[in-house]
Design a protein around this ligand. Structure first.
Ligand code: DGL
Length: 262
């Protein structure tokens, strides 16, 4: 089966990294909208236009059998419209609020995402359906997307940005931080050094791949070293240069390392 993963940029590679290892016999396409990243600080209408173009490319041109929107921001504003237009299974991502609250229904949960996701109607509805005790706090971290895109993962600037952003919260009252943007997974090592040990990470990557398997009737295997083949595209252009493929590999290697941090 030909499975497309789509993100504004490199964040979705953290989902691809997992998907390729648990579905090693499938064929993957990865589309990073490199010309337009970041999405999370743009207008909803603008992002909808980008998502429409990406789907036209992936479903109409590349004949993807299923699409994973490995981007919480694009899911928030455009996944419903895409499901009305296309018949293929479309798997979206949203901040893993339910999972975090199911793990601990007493302590607070800090949900981090891009500004579009944080202020979106979809997240508001999700929270009102699953957080009757008002345990959720919301925090937009748009600069992490910029840092990730320029591969600045560990630096005094990243640390200072996160330190200041987290400073208003009494983190000992929290059970979890939800990584509600796929780009944020790249910062688990820095976040781990700033958060108390009692705060765990919750992200939607594994759940999304499980949902992909369920919707397509595929069976996952336990993560293997062997990975499924993948072709990469940047805003519709095939990635072929050795430098560009090496850049992608460096993200995938970091994604695999970050997946091990709990
Ligand atoms: N990686 C995307 C997400 O999961 C969005 C990053 C951006 O382009 O702002 O929300």
């Amino acid at each position: 089966m030909r499975i497309a993963l789509f993100d504004s940029g490199t964040g979705g590679l953290t989902v691809l990294s997992h998907a390729r290892r648990v579905l090693p016999s499938e064929e993957f396409l990865f589309f990073a909208d490199r010309d337009h990243v970041p999405y999370g600080t743009k207008s909803v209408q603008t992002v909808r236009g980008y998502v429409r173009a990406a789907f036209r490319f992936l479903v109409e041109k590349q004949r993807a059998d299923a699409v994973v929107v490995a981007c919480n921001t694009a899911t928030s504003v455009a996944v419903e419209e895409m499901r009305q237009i296309y018949d293929v299974p479309i798997i979206g991502m949203e901040p893993a609020v339910k999972k975090a609250l199911a793990q601990d229904g007493e302590r607070r949960v800090l949900v981090t995402a891009t500004p579009i996701t944080i202020h979106g109607e979809k997240l508001r509805r999700l929270i009102s359906a699953h957080d009757p005790n008002g345990l959720i706090d919301l925090l937009a971290l748009p600069r992490l997307v910029e840092f990730a895109e320029r591969r600045e993962f560990v630096s005094p600037r990243v640390e200072e940005y996160l330190w200041n952003a987290l400073a208003p919260y009494d983190l000992l009252k929290y059970s979890a931080i939800v990584l509600g943007c796929t780009h944020f997974n790249y910062f688990k090592d820095t976040l781990r050094s700033l958060l108390p040990k009692t705060v765990g990470f919750v992200d939607g990557n594994e759940g999304t791949v499980e949902e992909l398997a369920r919707r397509t009737g595929l069976t996952t295997v336990s993560a293997e070293e062997r990975t499924a083949p993948c072709r990469f595209f940047e805003s519709g252009r095939a990635v072929t240069s050795v430098e560009a493929l090496a850049r992608i590999d460096s993200y995938l290697a970091r994604a695999a390392r970050m997946e091990k941090i709990v």
